[in-house]
Design a protein around this ligand. Sequence first.
Ligand SMILES: Cc1ncc(COP(=O)(O)O)c(C=O)c1O
Length: 318
Amino acid sequence: MTNNSPLQLINHPIFKFHRLTISIKRDDLIHPIISGNKWRKLKYNLIHAKNNHKSSVLSFGGAYSNHIHALAFACHQQSLASIGIIRGEPHYANNFTLSWAKYWGMKLIFVDRETYKKRHQQDYLQQLQNQFSQSFIVPEGGSNKLALLGMSEVIDELNQQTKFDSLLCPIGSAGTLAGLIQGDSNQHNLIGIAVLKQGADNKSYLRDEVIKLLPNNTKDYQNWHIENNMHRGGYAKFSASDLERIFAFSKATNIPFEPIYSGKMLLALLDLIEQGYFPAGHKIVMLHTGGLQGLGGLAERKLINTKQWGVPPQAPSS
Ligand SMILES: Cc1ncc(COP(=O)(O)O)c(C=O)c1O
């Protein structure tokens, strides 16, 4: 699979009015299933698993996780087994996302919320490693140091494709932004859009996660920040007017977005432009991180209008 996704210039009256050049790095076009940041983050993880003679990859996710969906397919394609530790009840096995994961052979293990909270704890990870000794364990969202290597390749490609000032991406588990920061080495202004609300007790949670993933000397990386107030109510939350704005933009530009990650990044960009954040003449790139399979789960839960949004196909029933 090749990364090298196209960079598309977006013509839109708002951008023209503010004299800004906006392009989008279409990582959603890398592959119909493992699209966006998924392939970037998994690539070196799967190579590592194979080089270390592991027969399977184990990871963690929610019931509609893009990462779990992509991991199941990628492992199937690479002749590796896959195991998903899923937060929630077993009935989710038949939902849009997990039906596909099962179809690609993923073994699903459902755990309650308390158990799922232990996903970063060393003793729990060791217990899983003992139980699945042939598995390579990848954290939730695929965000580890190997993921950073794959993500940093976006910067190499962009440098071949264009000159730009700022790069935007959505942030969930932090690996995407951390990889861009590592690859960028202070060349551009990097802006992460938090798609979730951080707890009142830890408002710098995402920033801390990014720093944990970066090589030790984080002072080397100064050119980034996180927009923390553009999550639109929390993870997977959005209003009817958010949906309308995303849909209208998709229709006007013919670029598919979904409202959990890429759509929130888009709305954040539009809001930052309105706030005058970018000076005239600024060149901005949005990174399309894929996640379009998520539309299937949103349609299933009747959270989007299926007549408007292009909904991906269901897994064949086994
Ligand atoms: C489609 C999509 N975009 C962006 C992100 C955020 O990336 P990260 O978890 O690396 O912060 C995710 C979550 O992994 C995602 O599924």
